[in-house]
Design a binder for this molecule. Structure first.
Ligand SMILES: [Zn+2]
Length: 66
């Protein structure tokens, strides 16, 4: 399990980005919405999709994770 966050503010190119808690490019906490602990990045992204749209996965921390 890992903890995941999603950015509250949408970027024009990436929308709301999902990050792992240990991401090296994690924005400051004030700009993040805590999603919770999930077994997969996809599960975290599904949760984020219920809150924000559009949602993308961070290419830094979730590049190789489903
Ligand atoms: Zn990230």
């Amino acid at each position: 399990m890992a903890e995941f966050y999603v950015t509250k503010e949408s970027q024009s190119d990436t929308g709301h980005q999902v990050h792992r808690k240990d991401c090296g490019e994690l924005p400051i906490i004030d700009r993040l919405w805590y999603l919770g602990s999930f077994a997969t990045a996809q599960a975290a992204t599904n949760k984020a999709n219920g809150i924000y749209s559009p949602v993308t996965k961070c290419p830094n921390c979730l590049k190789d994770i489903r």
